[in-house]
Design a protein around this ligand. Structure first.
Ligand SMILES: NC(=O)c1ccc[n+]([C@@H]2O[C@H](COP(=O)([O-])OP(=O)(O)OC[C@H]3O[C@@H](n4cnc5c(N)ncnc54)[C@H](O)[C@@H]3O)[C@@H](O)[C@H]2O)c1
Length: 151
C-alpha cells in the first residue's frame, strides 16, 4: 500500500513536526486540531521552522515552497476521509485519544492505517477501542521532529 496522503490529529509540538517532515518527504498532509486557531498556529510554526532550515541551507527555497503547498488545514475530522494513514498526536490523555478514534474511524477508508504517537499509553489498549486493531500502530516520533531522525 502506498502512502500518498496522511492526516495528522493535533497541531501542537509533535503534530506540526510530523506534518513538517512528511510534507518535506513529498507526502500530502491534512492537519487537524480542535480549532482553526490551533491549526493556524501549527501552520505558522511549520512555516517558521522551514524558514530556519532554509537559512541554514538544510533545504532549498523550492523544497520549502513545495512542502508548504502540500499541507492543508483540516478543521473537521471528515476532512481526513481521503487519507491513507492518520497519525494521532493529540494531548497525552487516554480519554481524549479514545474519543478522537471514535470520531475518526467511521470517516476513514476501511484500508486506512491509524497510528498514535503516544508516549506512554498501551498501543494494544488504544487499538482495542477502534474498528481496526489490525491496522492500528504506534509511531513514536522524537522531539523536535524536524531535527531528530529517529522514529
Ligand atoms: N513533546 C514531546 O516531547 C513528545 C515526544 C514524543 C511523543 N509525544 C506525544 O505526542 C502527543 C502530542 O504531544 P505534544 O507534545 O505535541 O502536545 P501539545 O500539547 O504540544 O499538542 C497537543 C495538541 O493536541 C490538540 N488536541 C487536544 N485534543 C484534541 C482533539 N480532541 N482533537 C484534535 N486535537 C486535539 C491540542 O489542541 C494541541 O494542539 C502526546 O501523546 C505525547 O505524549 C510527545
Amino acid at each position: 500500500m502506498e502512502i500518498r496522503k496522511i492526516g495528522v490529529i493535533g497541531a501542537g509540538q509533535m503534530g506540526n513536526g510530523i506534518a513538517h517532515v512528511a510534507a518535506l518527504a513529498g507526502i500530502d498532509v491534512s492537519l487537524h486540531d480542535i480549532s482553526e486557531d490551533r491549526i493556524k498556529s501549527g501552520l505558522a510554526t511549520i512555516n517558521g521552522n522551514m524558514s530556519r532550515q532554509l537559512s541554514k541551507n538544510l533545504i532549498s527555497e523550492e523544497e520549502r515552497q513545495n512542502a508548504l503547498l502540500r499541507i492543508g488545514g483540516a478543521p473537521k475530522v471528515d476532512d481526513l476521509a481521503d487519507c491513507d494513514l492518520v497519525i494521532e498526536a493529540a494531548t497525552e490523555n487516554e480519554q481524549v485519544k479514545v474519543k478522537i478514534f471514535q470520531s475518526v474511524c467511521p470517516v476513514l477508508r476501511p484500508d486506512a492505517i491509524l497510528a498514535t504517537n503516544t508516549s506512554s499509553i498501551s498501543i494494544t489498549r488504544l487499538a482495542s477501542t477502534t474498528d481496526r486493531p489490525e491496522r492500528f500502530i504506534g509511531i513514536h516520533f522524537m522531539n523536535p521532529v524536524p531535527v531528530m531522525q529517529l522514529v
